[in-house]
Design a protein around this ligand. Structure first.
Ligand SMILES: NC(=O)c1ccc[n+]([C@@H]2O[C@H](COP(=O)([O-])OP(=O)(O)OC[C@H]3O[C@@H](n4cnc5c(N)ncnc54)[C@H](OP(=O)(O)O)[C@@H]3O)[C@@H](O)[C@H]2O)c1
Length: 300
């Protein structure tokens, strides 16, 4: 099969498209003929070698954490999936940007999502659903989302709104209009956040999700006032120092089914900014590391 791969860590130009061994679906997994994948921040960090001390990859490595495609092989002990199903979901740490990929967590793609939107939903929605699971019932609560314009943050916001929360979200000025369209009360990130949020929520904020590569975790804690009500998907060191929880995505199909259910009801639609073909994988990674919105790679 054709796959994007890199033989050494480095800049996006280490990425090549070449023949690679076909993966097989093991127990509890399905193999899909991939239609599209998204580029997530972790793909960029892994390829650049920034995580090799903690998450070393066997090289050559295929980038990609999530994908959408059509099931072409069902592994042992799988119930409820059939060859021909159109699904989106999660592969391993790094292995989806290829003609064939193995998923160990997946959901049917809801009607109403394009292939590209389904590609963008995998890791972002699993992370968002896990973060909100940690906070429990948010019906009637006010939730602050740092990074509400991002893939994870916008999923957090959509899921929380669907659960009955009021959501205040941060984004750069150019992205505020997207937040308002979703029903999020938008503000900017950076110094003075506490004052801006106090003006928007005089009665206080009940919980916060930190979903941005920012150093604002202490500010979020000061705003909410209770470490049990603040979670980060980014800053593990800060979480340990401040006594609050870091949450990571899990390969759990229930999280993806939750996202798909909201998609079916029109309450969550992943936003995609750039779509490139597999042959432009290096350009896709360059775009993704420039914080210009979600990048999706399509396969023929
Ligand atoms: N733990 C996990 O399992 C897991 C899984 C997925 C992602 N993550 C992490 O979660 C973070 C978000 O991922 P993503 O896929 O949503 O990325 P993304 O789509 O690139 O979104 C990044 C978000 O951060 C905001 N941002 C950028 N610089 C900021 C700053 N200095 N202060 C405050 N906000 C800032 C962006 O706002 P503007 O674009 O409006 O400037 C945007 O909302 C990344 O750090 C990623 O590594 C963790």
């Amino acid at each position: 099969m054709k796959a994007a791969r890199y033989h050494r860590y480095g800049d996006p130009d280490v990425l090549v498209v070449e023949d690679a061994p076909e993966p097989r679906a093991g127990a509890g997994a399905v193999r899909i003929r991939v239609r599209a994948v998204s580029v997530n921040p972790i793909d960029v960090l892994l390829r650049a070698g920034h995580l090799q001390a903690v998450l070393p990859l066997e090289l050559p490595a295929v980038p990609g954490r999530d994908a959408v495609g059509v099931v072409d092989e069902v592994g042992p002990d799988v119930e409820g999936a059939q060859v021909g199903d159109l699904v989106f979901g999660l592969g391993g740490l790094s292995d989806t940007t290829a003609e064939l990929a193995v998923l160990t967590a997946w959901s049917a793609v809801p009607a109403g999502w394009s292939t590209e939107q389904a590609a963008a939903a995998g890791l972002a929605s699993a992370t968002a659903a896990a973060a909100l699971e940690a906070l429990g019932d948010l019906d009637g609560a006010t939730l602050l989302v740092e990074g509400a314009s991002g893939a994870v943050g916008s999923a957090v916001a959509a899921f929380a709104l669907a659960a009955g929360a009021r959501v205040i979200g941060t984004a750069r000025p150019a992205n505020q209009v997207h937040l308002a369209d979703l029903g999020i009360t938008a503000t900017t990130y950076g110094p003075g956040l506490d004052e801006r949020v106090a003006a928007l929520a005089p009665a206080g904020v009940d919980a916060a999700v930190h979903a941005a590569p920012s150093a604002s975790l202490p500010d979020l804690l000061a705003i909410v006032g209770d470490p049990a009500r603040v979670v980060t998907v980014v800053d593990g060191e800060g979480a340990a120092r401040l006594g609050l929880r870091q949450v990571n995505a899990r390969n759990d199909s229930a999280l993806l089914r939750h996202a798909a259910d909201l998609g079916r009801r029109g309450l969550y639609t992943p936003r995609v900014e750039h779509v490139l073909p597999l042959g432009s994988v290096a350009e896709a990674h360059t775009l993704a590391q420039g914080s210009s919105g979600k990048v999706v790679i399509t396969l023929p």
